[in-house]
Design a protein around this ligand. Structure first.
Ligand code: C2E
Ligand code: MG
Ligand code: MG
Length: 766
């Protein structure tokens, strides 16, 4: 075999086996070509002792027949072929991997054996190459697989990160008490973001609409309207809510997931995800299916948290805030005050009590009262800085906490508050004038707890109120004992009323012309076992402040009217004056009770004169005017008491249709002293006569005063000089003994004995 020929053969052989794709193909090519080139009958490649490829063998032969040739054997006998001469060449110079051929006619020549050797070595080379390539490919594939896996993990991580961020943001919004709609929008938007392409809506059971569903939030503006009206969505939602479990449905091209949301531990709605584009019907094909459920469930939990939290906050806020004014309650105020005191620093507490609020509430009704309280709270807030706390402490009591301010500033704020609350309020289409008294307590001077600071401010308020309307008082320790005393007095007075320890005394009222008494004024007396006789001026104010005057006044009316009725059985012309306080006049039950009292004894109403002070009339001019009209309609007569000491505005005499003017004893006392009081008394008498009012002089203590008053034409009078106030028996003796009930002198009787309306001055009768 010529050398060049074998080289050509080797080249073809090499390109043949090296063009193969894998090891198996290379081995097959190698055995085929080697067998043919060497004109052998059969061939095989043995790798690691195993026959990997054969050529020329029958179907039932696997090449094991040729294995002996890899050892020392030079011949094999094959069925159908007889004895074959074999040659083997090592692939790597080792005996393990060999290329074997076997030929019928003759053994391989030396050159042929060299060729076989070269072919075997080339195969060894190619195999190494193919294996390296395969290994590289496998490595590459592994790497690619790993990279893909890493990418997937990364993507998952990113999603999880986004989820975490969203959930954290929602939790932050919940704990910083962002408005609920804002939090719910964050939930739906967050879920939609993580489930890209999916629209998310939160549906809640509507307790008002009988279990119907309302869309509380949508991931996009139009989702709410869309989803809220889509039957399939509503059905799936209702199903999820009823079952309390996740529901996944597919209707036509719409696939949706509904996850229940609970409020306070009860299923109260659900979070629904609706794909934007049709997704086909095969839901198992959706790779995100499981993830979508889990994500949606995470967001549903957030919605549950937010809703439950909102419900709790609502409950706490409701409990801590006054529903009428929206201001914190006493409990919350004390809590804040306590916290503020704990922080240190100097703080001021103001205690505000409205003057005359109860009168408005009683006369205009509770709705108007609530309206007024709400308006008051607005005005209070308007006087404060944002970090000051205002609270409603009780019925018409408010408190204010001023943080870190000196006392002067506190007093300034109190004065501003009073000024603001003095301006008329427009309530129930009326102008209502109230006012406020303010007590101030300073944390600098009183280092006790929150409770004490507030009660000190309360005590100071009490003192302020006692000083008159619209005052500020700064707390001082001695105020405590005064307050305690007043509270004691009030308790005793209350007891006196219920035990029947109150009495009426009567001071005769005399017709100055005839000298005969025409009637009497009933004056309240309280004899206390411990205090002795307490004069009315010592307790009427307290009774008015506390409202007890309403009950006391009712007793006075009852007692006085009963006494008058009894006296009139013998002295039928007798009249009686009774004092009525402002608080009593505007009480809504005042007139009905008076009617009952008069009806019970069948007393003509004109025999009773009710005395009101100017101040009382001005307490609540609108309500007073209204009540006075009703009293006039009833036929009761009215007197202005202590005339000249109050607003002294003569115009009130025209505004209020009164029948009698009682000139205050301060003027009578000075009537003969050469002072201008004489002029005052004269002008009042003249005015009375012009307005056809009876004039009554109070506190006549001397004969001189009596003479002067007679001379001036004063119709009637009362005073120690005529008679001191007497108990019922004494009064009866006086009245019957002095010819009471005889016909009054012409001068004392008004020409119109039962005036009913407001009158213009009558200049002709002056
Ligand atoms: P008022 O209605 O002006 O009663 C007249 C007061 O002057 C009475 O005092 C009477 O005792 C006193 N007085 C009468 N004559 C003289 C006199 O010549 N000299 C002096 N110095 N005083 C005289 P009182 O009884 O202490 O009553 C004081 C005030 O208490 C009354 O003034 C009235 O405003 C109020 N008050 C008395 N009883 C009642 C009542 O039942 N209801 C109400 N709301 N107030 C009453
Ligand atoms: Mg009086
Ligand atoms: Mg008087």
């Amino acid at each position: 075999m010529p050398n060049h020929w074998s080289t050509l053969q080797l080249t073809e052989y090499f390109s043949g086996i090296s063009g193969t794709e894998d090891e198996g193909a290379a081995l097959q090519q190698a055995v085929e070509r080697a067998t043919e080139t060497l004109e052998a009958e059969v061939g095989a490649v043995v790798i690691d002792g195993r026959v990997r490829a054969t050529w020329g063998l029958g179907h039932d032969q696997d090449g094991a027949e040729l294995l002996p040739l890899t050892g020392p054997a030079r011949e094999v006998v094959l069925p159908g072929l007889g004895t074959l001469h074999g040659s083997a060449a090592s692939l790597r110079g080792s005996g393990d991997d060999v290329l074997v051929v076997a030929r019928q006619d003759s053994p391989l020549q030396a050159e042929e054996r060299q060729l076989l050797q070269a072919m075997a070595q080339l195969l060894g080379l190619v195999l190494r190459n193919v294996r390296t390539l395969a290994a590289e490919r496998a490595l590459r594939e592994d790497k690619e697989r790993e990279a893909a896996e890493r990418l997937r993990l990364l993507e998952e991580l990113r999603t999880r990160q986004r989820l975490l961020e969203r959930l954290l943001a929602i939790q932050g919004a919940v704990s910083s008490r962002r408005p609920l709609p804002e939090v719910l929008d964050a939930v739906t938007a967050g879920a939609a973001d993580l489930l890209d392409g999916v629209r998310v809506a939160l549906l809640l059971t509507d307790s008002l609409a009988d279990g119907g569903l309302t869309v509380a939030s949508g991931s996009e503006p139009d989702v709410a309207a869309d989803v809220g009206t889509t039957r399939t969505v509503l059905d799936a939602a209702a199903e999820a809510i009823a079952a309390g479990a996740v529901v996944e449905t597919t209707t036509g091209s719409t696939r949706l997931v509904a996850v229940p949301v609970s409020v306070d531990g009860e299923v109260g709605g659900c979070l629904v995800a609706v794909p934007r584009a049709p997704e086909g019907d095969d839901r198992d094909a959706d790779p995100h299916r499981g993830g979508r459920r889990a994500l949606l469930t995470a967001f549903a939990q957030q919605a549950s948290l937010a809703l439950t939290d909102a419900r709790t906050v609502e409950a706490v806020t409701l409990a801590n805030h006054d529903p009428v004014t929206g201001l914190p309650t006493r409990a919350l105020f004390l809590e804040r005050l306590h916290d503020t005191l704990a922080e240190g620093g100097d703080h001021i507490v103001l205690f505000i009590d409205l003057d005359r609020f109860k009168a408005v509430n009683d006369s205009l009704g509770h709705r108007a009262g609530d309206e007024l309280l709400a308006a008051v709270s607005h005005r209070i807030r308007a006087c404060l800085r944002t970090d000051d706390t205002a609270a409603r402490i009780g019925g018409d009591e408010f408190a204010v906490l001023l943080r870190d301010v000196p006392q002067e500033v506190g007093v300034g704020v109190a004065e501003r508050l009073i000024e603001s609350l003095r301006k008329p309020f427009r309530i129930a289409s009326r102008n209502v004038v109230i006012g406020a008294s303010v007590g101030l307590a300073d944390s600098r001077t009183h280092l006790d707890g929150a409770d004490d600071l507030l009660s000190n401010a309360d005590v100071a308020m009490y003192v302020a109120k006692k000083r008159g309307a619209s005052q500020v008082a700064v707390f001082e320790p001695r105020m405590h004992s005064e307050t305690v005393e007043r509270l004691d007095l009030l308790a005793d007075l209350q007891r006196a009323l219920s035990r029947g320890d109150l009495r009426l005394h009567y001071q005769p009222v005399v017709d100055l012309g005839s000298g005969h008494p025409v009637g009497a004024e009933g004056l309240l007396r309280w004899t206390d076992p411990r205090r002795g006789t307490v004069p009315p001026l010592a307790f009427i104010g307290l009774a008015e402040e506390s409202g007890l005057i309403v009950d006391i006044g009712r007793w006075v009316l009852q007692e006085g009217v009963r006494q008058l009725a009894r006296w009139r059985e013998d002295l039928p012309a007798l009249t009686l004056n009774l004092n009525v306080s402002a608080r009593q006049l505007v009480d809504k039950d005042f007139i009905p009770h008076l009617e009952q009292i008069l009806a019970a004894v069948a007393l003509p109403p004109g025999t009773l004169t009710l005395e009101l002070t100017e101040t009382a009339l001005m307490y609540d001019p609108d309500t007073s005017a209204h009540q006075i009209d009703r009293l006039k309609a009833l036929g009761v007569r009215l007197a202005v008491d202590d005339f000249g000491t109050g607003y002294s505005s003569l115009s009130y005499l025209r505004r209020f249709p009164v029948d009698q003017v009682k000139i205050d004893r301060a003027f009578i006392a000075q009537v003969n002293s050469g002072s201008e009081d004489l002029a005052v008394v004269r002008s009042v008498i003249e005015l009375g006569s012009a307005l056809r009012l009876q004039t009554v002089a109070e506190g006549i203590e001397t004969e001189d005063q009596l003479d002067t008053l007679r001379r001036l034409g004063c119709a009637m009078g009362q005073g120690y000089h005529l008679s001191r106030p007497l108990d019922a028996d004494g009064a009866w003796r006086y009245l019957s003994g002095h010819g009471a009930g005889s016909v009054p002198s012409p001068r004392s009787a008004p020409s119109d004995p039962q005036p009913t309306g407001r009158r213009a001055p009558d200049t002709t009768s002056a």
